[in-house]
Design a protein around this ligand. Structure first.
Ligand code: SF4
Length: 974
């Protein structure tokens, strides 16, 4: 018996504590939107108010887990930064002077603008969305409108990572694939944003740790996931590619690769034509039917590489029937990476990782892959009908995102990682990386971008979607002279494979009228005048500058929708206030960025758990309304009436992308009798709500692995429309589309780059992964800008939304500039000193904090914590705007000028991904005036933004929940 219980008058406090008090009178199930992970949540309601948010134990993504952001959704919902009514600009743009107007006036004004543009030149609408989750819908809307100038924020985020995957393995990391967490024994993680996919990665890492797997993190900064890694490799930013290719060098040299996997599942045995100077050089040798050829070693003859019963050779010069020479792609690959240029010593010089460490990591990978192979007692049948009695796997998994993606060499770096996975035989096997449906698809996917000269016409929808995957110069959106056809120059010679557009170039190009002027910039949830652009100060100027000759703004109209008073609001002419995620219908669709797991497809919804208490409308409803007013064919009936009078819920239920395929895959058919395909079900959304807001389908055990070559899976995928045909999906480490672009640059074919772009295309469109130093570092003087500067996304914040959240601000209220203590000593900088951070583009002032876990040549800060004073209805003296700062001010959207004066965008030359992690700076202690340090002001500083009319007076302290307490009769939020 414990001492307390023996003492007269004491009680055991545990007995008096009710750990699960009843806090609500109703519980509603929906999907979190505090980050992109989309966990299932239970929203506890009391007297019609949100009382508490809890994780949904049954939900496939989070299985009950809830992170700090998810729980703090209450404070986003009740935030005093919520917009309350449509706003029309009355003062100068950027001043934030607005008049409240009624919705009818707002919608008729917006629809008049849109109607004028559509009837004259639809390209003059640039429609870009931020981190919204309805891209299948917004992209479809843009197609109906007829503008190719559409994209979401992927070009700013990690599109080169995704594109590399789609062109190489027919799938990618992040939302489209995951490590086999339960079975993996070795996990290599390349810089991942900590706020993305956060619950699944945390749960996965704890599984790995519990199983005794080794976790190696490659990241210049040791925070978040890296902080719990078994081994942290503090790599120099932008050098991951050479690190990975030196691992490839070591594995090839030691002959520690999975030849059986390579022969069965990849294009490395295919013969590549060696015909220098001619238009077929570097392309695959093909038979009469277009089938790729290989050398059948068993028969000693040329054969179709698509046949199952052959023994393809991986090396040797072969003579083709027409006399040309060809060699297997494998030999080209091996020759390249066996070169000393990829040795651990060469990589060590670039990466800051010792050569012996690289050798050891390569040996560890090989040991786990080949000595610790796992075998599951699960028979399966491959694409050729060959029966496999068990499922074998190489338990090495990898994952990557930003980090590697926000560099100008990120596309090739990510392809290098996929090559490493392929050589180890660890794609979609037990213990390896696993595809999430609807992937894998053919590499690259068949969808092409639309927007060529003949594909855009007034009052006409486009024949296809604005975004896609070019397979050669013929798929580019350029004029005969190479002039880009999109405002952001995506799918032009500057960025041929810009699969997600180039949001970071829209304002700059529209301002410069390059390649043409636009009339209307339509943005949704894209905080372009702050953290969603590079050259933030310049962006604000471009949004406000007027044409001297006309007195009109150079970007004539800006239409903006957001739920909150972000920095962008002041730069809009018309603001359409959105709801919070708890007040509207939403859909996380398999057509979009799904919540599937590797074991089966899944999708989910959000539904209004509470009615808006302001004059706001869900953006998706507004977009449908605008589309109907403009008369978009997909949105009106033949008699001109609106097709979806019930708004987005109606669209989700009844719209079909293709016959039988709608936004939601669950409970299709009149009675809800079909999964994945089937006619619309009028009660479909009810079924989702009854099921906790999601639907999921589990693959049969025989469908789960080797999906790219698994007969049962491929048949299933074709039957439900994930892929066009049930053919094997062949992994493409040798990327022929890249070679097609390169050949054009070498002067072959009818569509060739302008003279000025030839060298660039020839260099970077290499069909095998390559590494080159990030562009900005090469363009500036190393001595002048010796340090790398990065941002990290914190787990507790998501984009700029977090800093308005009273609970989350207690975790990250400001952002210092982090620096290695040893670097500080070298630069004679003390902790908390104020420093100038100067790039070739500009300078900012920030306060230093030391840490040990950061690369010696790197400084960094948390992303998007720094705010403009007054924005988000924060106190103008809030720490976010006083000591907090935004690194974007010193990042240029353009590279320094070349010898001919031209400035390319600061982007990956293949995919157009914004290369904001290439930033090079110098850091110098500020010479402060007396007393200035105490003032503690970061720079640059801007006029304080005044919240528009209608926003509540912001109290000095935000409290939540006192209304539910017996002690209080006050406001819910005060
Ligand atoms: S990980 Fe993201 S989606 Fe999941 S609870 Fe946290 S904020 Fe919400």
């Amino acid at each position: 018996m414990g001492r307390l219980q023996m003492t007269v008058g004491y009680f055991n406090p545990v007995e008096k504590l009710d750990t699960s008090p009843r806090v609500s009178d109703e519980v509603k199930y929906t999907t979190c939107y505090m980050c992109a992970c989309r966990c299932g949540i239970k929203v506890h309601m009391l007297d019609g108010n949100i009382r508490y948010i809890e994780g949904n134990k049954n939900h496939p993504i989070n299985k009950g887990a809830l992170c700090a952001k998810g729980a703090a959704g209450i404070m986003n919902h009740y935030s005093p930064a919520r917009l309350t009514k449509p706003l029309k600009r009355v003062g100068d743009r950027g001043k934030g002077e607005f008049q409240e107007i009624e919705w009818e006036e707002a919608l008729s004004l917006a629809s008049n603008w849109l109607t004028d543009i559509r009837s004259t030149n639809p390209r003059k609408l640039a429609f870009f969305t931020g981190r919204d989750q309805s891209e299948a819908f917004t992209g479809w809307w843009a197609t109906q409108f007829g503008t190719p100038n559409y994209a979401a924020h992927g070009g700013f985020c990690s599109v080169n990572m995704a594109t590399a995957g789609f062109y190489t393995i027919g799938g990618s990391f992040w939302e489209f694939g995951e490590p086999d967490w339960p079975l993996s024994k070795y996990f290599l993680l390349f810089g991942v944003a900590e706020d993305h996919n956060s619950n699944p990665i945390k749960a996965g890492l704890s599984k790995l740790k519990a199983n005794g797997a080794k976790f190696v993190s490659v990241n210049p900064i040791k925070t978040g996931y890296s902080a719990i890694a078994d081994e942290w490799l503090g790599i120099r930013p932008g050098t991951d590619g050479i690190f990975v290719l030196s691992l490839v060098h070591e594995l090839l040299k030691a002959d520690r690769i999975d030849l059986d996997y390579i022969v069965r599942y990849t294009n490395l045995p295919w013969l590549v034509i060696q015909d220098p100077g001619n238009p077929d050089d570097g392309l695959f040798a093909r038979g009469e039917g277009g089938e790729p050829l290989c050398w059948d070693g068993a028969k000693d003859e040329i054969a179709s590489a698509l046949l199952a019963d052959i023994t393809p050779s991986l090396s040797g010069d072969r003579r083709l029937p027409d006399g040309r020479t060809a060699i297997p792609a494998f030999e080209l690959m091996a020759r390249r990476y066996l070169d000393e240029a990829y040795s651990p010593e060469a990589a060590a010089r670039e990466t800051n990782i010792p050569a012996e460490t690289i050798r050891r990591i390569a040996a560890e990978l090989a040991e786990i892959a080949f000595e610790q192979e796992i075998e599951i007692d699960q028979p399966w049948t491959d694409w050729a009908g060959r029966h496999h009695a068990t499922t074998k796997g190489r338990p090495v998994a990898m994952h990557a995102m930003r980090g590697i993606s926000a560099h100008s060499n990120g596309f090739h770096t990510c392809r290098a990682i996929h090559l490493l996975q392929i050589l180890l035989g660890s794609i979609d096997c037990p213990g390896g990386f696993r595809y999430k449906p609807p992937f894998p698809k053919t590499a690259p996917p068949p969808q092409k971008p639309t927007g060529k000269a003949g594909q855009v016409a007034s009052d006409t929808p486009m024949s296809g979607p604005p975004l896609g995957f070019p397979a050669g110069p013929e798929d580019l959106l350029v004029d005969a002279d190479g002039t880009p056809r999109r405002i952001d120059k995506a799918f032009s010679w500057e960025a041929p494979m810009a699969a997600h557009g180039m949001m970071h170039m829209v304002v700059s190009n529209a301002f410069n009228r390059d390649p043409y002027p636009i009339d209307l910039l339509f943005l949704y949830m894209a905080n372009m005048s702050w953290n969603s652009s590079m050259n933030t100060t310049g962006t604000m100027e471009m949004l406000t500058e007027k044409d001297q000759s006309t007195g009109e703004y150079r970007i004539p109209k800006v239409l903006y929708s957001d739920a909150f008073f972000s920095e962008m609001v002041a730069y809009a002419d018309l603001v359409l206030p959105d709801t919070t995620y708890l007040e509207r219908w939403d859909c996380i669709s398999i057509l979009d960025r799904p919540i599937c797991s590797a074991d089966g497809p899944a999708d989910s919804i959000r539904h209004p758990v509470i009615e808006p208490d302001r004059d706001v409308r869900p953006f998706q409803d507004v977009l449908l309304d605008l589309g109907a007013r403009v008369g978009l064919p997909g949105l009106i009936n033949e008699d001109g009436t609106t097709k979806y009078p019930g708004g987005y819920a109606d669209y989700l239920t009844n719209h079909e992308h293709a016959p039988g395929i709608g936004m939601l895959a669950g409970w299709r058919g009149k009675q809800g009798e079909f999964d994945l395909t089937g006619p619309p079900n009028p009660k479909q959304l009810d079924r989702y709500v009854e099921n906790g807001g999601f639907w999921s389908h589990e693959f049969s055990p025989s469908q789960r692995y080797y999906k790219h070559a698994n007969r049962d899976y491929l048949d299933f995928a074709a039957s439900v429309g994930f892929i066009g045909k049930a053919d094997q999906i062949i992994l493409q480490p040798y990327c022929e589309p890249l070679q097609r672009f390169r050949l054009a640059a070498l002067g072959h074919g009818p569509i060739q780059p302008p003279e000025c772009d030839r060298h660039r295309v020839e260099t970077y469109f290499d069909p095998l992964p390559l590494w080159y130093p990030p562009f900005e570092g090469e363009a500036v003087e190393v001595g002048e800008f010796p340090m790398h500067a990065l941002t990290q996304r914190p787990m507790a914040m998501y984009h700029s939304w977090g800093s308005q959240n009273a609970w989350l601000r207690q975790i990250h209220g400001t952002n210092p500039l982090y620096m290695n203590r040893r670097t500080g000593k070298r630069l004679e900088i003390e902790e908390r000193d104020w420093v100038w951070v100067t790039s070739h583009h500009g300078r900012i002032k920030a306060q230093v904090k030391f840490m040990e876990g950061v690369n010696l040549d790197t400084v960094w800060t948390w992303n998007a914590i720094g705010k403009r004073s007054g924005a988000w209805n924060l106190d103008p003296k809030a720490p976010e705007s006083q000591t907090g700062f935004l690194l974007n001010h010193v990042i240029s959207e353009l590279l320094p000028a070349q010898a001919d004066g031209y400035r390319y965008s600061n982007s990956d030359p293949v995919t157009g991904q914004a290369a904001w992690y290439d930033l090079k700076v110098r850091v110098e202690k500020c010479a402060l005036e007396e007393g200035e340090a105490e003032k503690g002001l970061s720079e640059p500083r801007f006029d304080i933004l005044t919240p528009p009319k209608g926003l509540p007076e912001r109290p000095p302290i935000l409290r939540y929940g006192r209304v539910f307490s017996n002690m209080d009769d006050g406001e819910q939020i005060e």
